[in-house]
Structures are given as C-alpha cells and as structure tokens.
Write a protein that binds this ligand. Structure first.
Ligand code: CTP
Ligand code: ZN
Length: 153
C-alpha cells in the first residue's frame, strides 16, 4: 500500500480545511472538540488509513470552513501530530501544525473528583504547565490533569 492509495480513499476538496495525520484512534474526539456535528457544510473523513509516518491515521476534510488558529489548536491536546491544510481552488494554499494553547477553557474534565467543576455547572479552566507532556493545572482546585488522565467533556 502506498500513500497515493489513501488519497483515493478520501476525495480532494475544492475549498476548505483538511486536517491530516490525526492518530486513527482520536478521530471522533477531534470531531467533538471542533463541534463538527453541528455544522451544515460538507464533511468527509476516513480513519485507519495508511500513513508512512504514523502507521494508521485519520483525516477530516471540511468544505468551505476556515477555522481560527485558536480553534484548531485545541486539538493539539489529543492529536499533536495533526497537520492543517487550507485548500483554495483545489490547491493547498497554506499548511500549519497545531500547538497546545497556554490556557484551556472547557473541553477537558478535571481529574479531581472533588473539584467544583465536577459538581456544578462551571466551565473548566486550566493553565497548561507543560505543553510537551500535556499537563494542565486546574484554575479551581489546582490539581494537575495529565495526558494519561485527560478526558474530553
Ligand atoms: N487535499 C485535499 N484537497 C485538495 C488538495 C489537497 O483534500 N484539493 C488534501 C490531500 O489529500 C492531503 C492534504 O490535503 O491529505 C495535504 O495535501 P498535500 O500537501 O498535497 O499532501 P502531502 O504532500 O501528502 O502533505 P503532507 O505530507 O505535508 O501531509
Ligand atoms: Zn479541578
């Protein structure tokens, strides 16, 4: 199997955003973080596709949607290998990588069962204390949620 075969599995788009090189097992979490279930645009995706770099990867193509960098950076928490491609007129117009943000509001659950955010309707808030290892410090209880315990709310 070569790289070109994976391209045939998910058609090219005319305009929009391609999120490539997502770890295969993180596809549905990326869909959730970007709230793709709530948009009306054409979306195509594939998973367990062959990747030379990663073994298996997932890819998402969203037509006519151009995300803010801030929006896309949220997926770095669970898909740090993701590559963003902006497509215009069938051409790759821009390429970028995702970077773990300094501050995470919402999305992630606090690991501490006693944390107020797990008992009241409060949006979680974390300071990222280690971007490489993905360690998040809760604004409310100061406990650290690490990559291993990271749950998307
Ligand atoms: N793509 C697309 N529609 C287009 C152009 C590109 O869906 N009109 C997709 C390609 O299928 C690929 C991604 O956008 O998944 C990036 O395209 P390209 O840079 O041509 O591919 P690669 O060189 O394989 O990218 P990289 O190795 O940087 O991930
Ligand atoms: Zn907390």
């Amino acid at each position: 199997m070569n790289k070109d075969r994976t391209k045939l599995q998910v058609s090219a788009i005319e305009s929009g955003t391609v999120i490539d090189h997502i770890p295969a097992n993180q596809l549905f979490k990326v869909i959730k973080i970007l709230k793709l279930d709530a948009i009306q645009n054409q979306i195509t995706f594939g998973t367990n596709l062959y990747s030379q770099r990663q073994g298996k990867k997932a890819i998402i193509k969203i037509s006519d949607v151009f995300f803010k960098e801030e929006e896309l950076n949220k997926i770095a928490l669970i898909a740090p290998t993701a590559k963003i491609n902006v497509i215009r007129n069938y051409e790759v117009a821009e390429k970028s990588v995702v970077e773990v943000p300094d501050l995470i509001v919402g999305i992630v659950k606090c690991v501490n069962p006693k944390c107020i955010t797990n008992h009241e309707q409060i949006v979680t808030r974390f300071t990222v204390i280690d971007k490489q290892r993905v360690e998040l410090k809760c604004h409310y209880c100061e406990k650290i949620t690490d990559q291993e315990h990271l749950k998307i709310s």
